[in-house]
Ligand binder design. Structure first.
Ligand code: C2E
Ligand code: CA
Ligand code: CA
Length: 276
């Protein structure tokens, strides 16, 4: 029994070691990839539920890996977070998105707003605001999507100060993945976000499940009574879009309209009004 215990222990050690080696390799690749501009912004359109006009886009990072092709964040974002490079990635995405917006503008495409994801670590970073002051940002042009879990620690002074200063720069705050965490209505009131985004875990099943439908309806109600706009993500079919519009949701984002698109795909999507 003792020998068996030891071999199991050795087995787990070997598994852990393999994991460490694998992550080390990804980490090295990420650092080289940042150097070589392999990380690019993709854009998922957001459509106004009322007018069906283009309302903006969410910026989602993609890795054009020299060997493995186009990678989505699930294969690298955790290692990036451990490496402390998500802040660099987030900043790169914002800068590149602003450049793409001015490129689109020369083609006659006016982008109402872009939303970027901001990791919890970056929001706790004392140098966050400093890193933004060089950018030329029009009020309301940029939204920071912040995950709900960040608001659990309401006593974190750096976070609260950063949020206030972000708002002063004219950047809107949106609470991402709403409905999956534990944000209290009280902390919502305190933060006064511009927008809430309902997580796709609630949106996807809402056609068939009364439970999720009831939750989606109440989140939209909360938004409306507090004067906060509501975005739904994971809008996969027109049936979802219609139900969400009927419930009073403001913005729609999902495969029903478009998946995340490259800069050039996004340009043709808008010029050809492909969602209408
Ligand atoms: P998220 O912020 O919740 O982003 C929404 C995810 O849902 C995206 O996955 C998007 O491609 C996917 N999606 C959009 N519409 C649909 C739909 O109709 N159905 C389904 N099933 N999925 C849909 P993606 O691009 O793989 O991103 C995953 C997560 O990675 C994001 O979740 C976000 O937390 C993180 N992420 C992405 N880009 C960045 C970034 O630039 N910085 C940081 N810090 N995190 C990022
Ligand atoms: Ca998001
Ligand atoms: Ca989500």
């Amino acid at each position: 029994a003792k020998a068996q215990g030891r071999s199991r222990h050795e087995f787990y050690n070997a598994v852990l070691e393999a994991e460490v080696i694998r992550n080390k390799r990804i980490a090295d690749d990420i650092l080289a990839g940042i150097e070589n501009n392999e990380f690019v912004p993709y854009y998922q359109p957001q459509i106004s539920a009322r007018t069906l006009e283009l309302a903006g886009a969410e910026v989602l990072v993609r890795w054009q890996h020299p060997r493995d092709g186009l990678l989505t964040p699930d294969s690298f974002i955790n290692v990036a977070e451990d490496l402390n490079v998500t802040a660099t990635l987030d900043r790169t995405m914002l800068e590149r998105a602003l450049i793409d917006c001015s490129l689109w503008a020369t083609k006659g495409i006016i982008m109402p707003k872009i939303s970027v994801n901001v990791s919890a670590r970056r929001l706790r970073d004392e140098t966050l605001v400093e890193s933004l002051t060089g950018l030329c940002i029009l009020p309301g042009q940029i939204t920071f999507e912040l995950v709900e879990s960040i608001f659990l620690d309401e006593t974190d002074d750096v976070v609260l100060r950063n949020i206030e200063r972000i708002k002063e720069l004219g950047i809107d705050i949106e609470i991402d993945d709403f409905g999956t965490g534990h944000t209290s209505i009280v902390s919502l009131l305190k933060l006064r976000p511009k927008r809430l985004k309902i997580d796709r875990q609630l949106v996807e099943p809402m056609l068939t499940s009364q439970h999720e439908r009831a939750l989606v309806r109440s989140i939209i109600e909360i938004g409306r009574s507090l004067g906060i706009e509501v975005v739904a993500e994971g809008v996969e079919t027109m049936a979802h879009a219609e139900m969400l519009s009927a419930l009073g949701c403001d913005l729609l984002q999902g495969f029903a309209f478009a998946p995340p698109l490259s800069r050039d795909e996004f340009r043709s999507f808008v010029l050809e009004h492909r969602w209408k």
